[in-house]
Design a protein around this ligand. Structure first.
Ligand code: ATP
Length: 311
């Protein structure tokens, strides 16, 4: 399909990072993935993905860690845009501009967020009106965390994490994130997890009752106690200094803390703004974290930013 889109038209989508409140890792599957039982929460750290018609497919990235993001065909946003174009029979390329606030290789699914952002932005730019389930299907083919970046909120993920189910979750939570200078490669963390568990019987993954009860109650203290991440021992084995970051969190009054996804970002749930500030200052002063940010969750998934679309 060839579209007559004015070249000045652009669409921007804002898309959140995620934290895994619970990440239970099952046995290694024959396809190289692991079955997961995970609870995702979308938090208020965002990337902005802007698409506009262009002569060639391209991507540019801005933000503090832009230099760590591939700007060619490996970029997940570009892959997502081309995948949607192929599925919809679109022949017009787009130029993608990503502004990154989500840490790169930080365990907060920044690349997946950008892929979800590109899907939604291109769908709007091309006026496709792709049904939600079809967009989610494409998202799941691009990456395990992409469907959740579209959905946002709080949700249970199964399979590789791409099969989402709603969860009864109350309350709004305050988070403090401690970033690391050195990213951790997700495949490397899973390989380390397999190595540490070698010879052990790994049961099929199940969400825990403690997490479900905490989410139903909306009680931040109960949620803090219920946080669990099976990848944490592997992330700590690869970056032992993360242990000190976790300890600092409990000393400063965090209700709970854990490595986010495959790390190395450490996520703390805090009771109020005062503890958030104390912890942020202590982390900055300790030199243990390369950066600190505060956020709230849950927030919406990918959303088109309202405003003039003709620039
Ligand atoms: P996850 O939590 O989903 O395992 P992550 O948050 O640890 O992932 P990402 O920031 O998604 O890690 O990046 C993982 C790798 O993906 C990066 O090292 C980078 O090479 C590649 N990548 C491809 N496209 C992007 C993108 N748009 N933004 C960030 N990284 C990207």
């Amino acid at each position: 399909m060839s579209l007559a889109v004015p070249p000045s038209r652009s669409v921007t989508v804002r898309v959140p990072a995620k934290v895994n409140l619970e990440l239970i890792v099952g046995p290694l599957r024959p396809d190289g993935f692991h079955d997961l039982a995970t609870v995702y929460q979308a938090v208020s750290l965002y990337d902005d993905v802007t698409v506009r018609p262009a002569d060639d497919w391209s991507v540019t990235v801005s933000g503090a860690e832009a230099h760590l993001v591939p700007d060619g065909g490996d970029n997940l946003a570009l892959r997502a845009a081309r995948r949607l174009a192929e599925a919809a029979g679109i022949e017009e390329p787009v130029g993608i501009a990503i502004h990154k606030e989500i840490p790169v290789a930080g365990g907060m699914a920044g690349g997946s967020a950008d892929a979800a952002g590109a899907l939604l932005a291109c769908d709007a730019l091309w006026g496709l009106g792709t049904p939600r389930h079809a967009l989610e299907q494409l998202a799941g083919e691009i990456g395990s965390d992409v469907p959740f970046a579209l959905a946002g909120g709080t949700a249970v993920g199964s399979g590789r994490g791409e099969q989402l189910a709603p969860v009864l979750a109350r309350g709004s939570y305050q988070w403090v994130f401690a970033f690391s200078d050195n990213g951790l490669s997700t495949p490397r963390v899973y390989a380390e997890c397999d190595r540490l568990r070698e010879g052990r019987d790994v049961p099929p993954p199940q969400p825990t009752a403690a997490m479900m009860t905490a989410l139903r109650s909306g009680d931040a203290a109960a949620l803090g106690k219920a946080l669990v991440n099976d990848l944490q021992p592997a992330a700590l084995s690869l970056q032992p200094q993360l242990r000190e970051v976790l300890e600092l969190g409990s000393e400063c009054g965090a209700l709970g803390g854990l490595v986010s996804g495959s790390g190395p970002t450490v996520a703390f749930i805090v009771p109020d703004a005062e503890v958030a500030l104390d912890l942020a200052v202590a982390l900055a002063a300790s030199g243990l974290a390369a950066g600190v940010k505060r956020a709230t969750g849950p927030v919406h998934g990918a959303q088109v930013v309202p405003g003039p679309s003709v620039t």
